[in-house]
Design a protein around this ligand. Structure first.
Ligand SMILES: Cc1cc2nc3c(=O)[nH]c(=O)nc-3n(C[C@H](O)[C@H](O)[C@H](O)COP(=O)(O)OP(=O)(O)OC[C@H]3O[C@@H](n4cnc5c(N)ncnc54)[C@H](O)[C@@H]3O)c2cc1C
Ligand code: FES
Length: 286
């Protein structure tokens, strides 16, 4: 993390201290998920807050608690960050009841994100299921900003049903661009749905990729990983170029409390993004 000297000193003095951030916009995405735009109030901290796609913050609702949430905006979006949050319990429920102008707390950014610089100059295949699109949206928009540095970009996204498809407005935009190949699918369609029906792995059937130059990025429910990786390996993709983002129960976010242990590593500092080789060596990860 690149920080000014005084912000860095404060963080060193107390890494558990959240920075106050104001909610500047709230968008309903589905019945259970909202997109929050936040602006860190302190000018110096806001300037110093730099992150990579795939990193997360610890979001705090004062008097309720903290929850780890992936940053879903691109690093190039200056001054604001976006969080796509499902109403899952105490903290996220309290956030869902907040309004524009309210103040919440942020710590971070934490963890290891996707290897953006390494991916440059290559094709990229991004596969997301459900809420897994949140960190991948950051990566997709980051690629979009530097589009000329990448080859073919393919996005596969699966949701349970059309009502649960997140970021429809973004998908509509990517769908009409000829430099993004976007394929959507839902487990159960309705009359309005015109895209694919079935699991996200079904989208691999018609996939035309050059495995020798393609990086993979996967984020979704745990059950999805094994099947998507099998499909990628079936396409002869190099396991060194497959990256997965794991969500583990977290508390501190900074490698102190031991809550997120996975194998011999901590998901909060060694992840949440792991190379497939690393992931294979982590007990119970895949
Ligand atoms: C690195 C990381 C990134 C994440 N990114 C996002 C994101 O972008 N958007 C988003 O909505 N959520 C994200 N999550 C999940 C989010 O952190 C949990 O939903 C949240 O902590 C729940 O807190 P709560 O206080 O609202 O719910 P609680 O009241 O604590 O719990 C509600 C229920 O959710 C379960 N739960 C809590 N944490 C997790 C977890 N990590 N995985 C599975 N079940 C859990 C609890 O056991 C309980 O059943 C992320 C988690 C991690 C570790
Ligand atoms: S969340 Fe505390 S060690 Fe990872």
């Amino acid at each position: 993390m690149l920080m000014s000297a005084s912000a860095y000193r404060e963080l060193q003095a107390n890494p558990y201290r959240p920075w106050p951030a104001r909610i500047t916009s709230i968008m309903d995405l589905t019945e259970h998920e909202k997109l929050f735009e936040l602006r860190i109030i302190d000018n110096e901290v806001r300037e110093a807050f730099k992150f990579d796609s795939g990193q997360f913050v610890e979001l705090s609702i004062f008097g309720v608690g903290e929850a780890p949430i992936s940053i879903s905006s691109a690093p190039s979006k200056q001054g604001f960050i976006e969080l796509c949050v499902r109403n899952a319990g105490d903290v996220t429920g309290a956030l869902h009841r907040k309004q524009c102008g309210d103040v919440v707390g942020l710590r971070g950014p934490f963890g290891r994100g996707f290897p953006f610089s390494e991916m440059k100059g290559h094709d990229v295949l991004l596969v997301a299921g459900g809420l897994g699109i949140a960190p991948l949206k950051s990566l997709i928009n980051h690629i979009h900003d530097d589009r000329h540095d990448f080859g073919k970009v393919t996005i596969l996204y699966g949701a349970r049903n059309p009502d649960e498809v997140l970021f429809r407005y973004q998908f509509d935009m990517w769908k009409h661009r000829d430099d993004f190949d976007l394929k959507l699918t839902v487990d159960e369609a309705d009359d309005t749905w015109t895209d694919g029906v079935g699991r996200v792995t079904g989208l691999f059937e018609e996939l035309d990729i050059d495995p020798s130059v393609t990086y993979g990025a996967i984020c979704g429910p745990p059950v999805m990983y094994r099947y998507v990786i099998d499909e990628m390996r079936e396409k002869k993709m190099d396991v060194d170029k497959i990256y997965v983002s794991f969500e583990r129960r977290m508390k501190c976010g900074i490698g102190k409390c031991g809550h997120c242990g996975v194998g011999h590593q901590y998901a909060c500092v060694d992840g949440p993004v792991f190379n497939y080789w690393e992931a294979m060596n982590l007990q119970e990860a895949i």
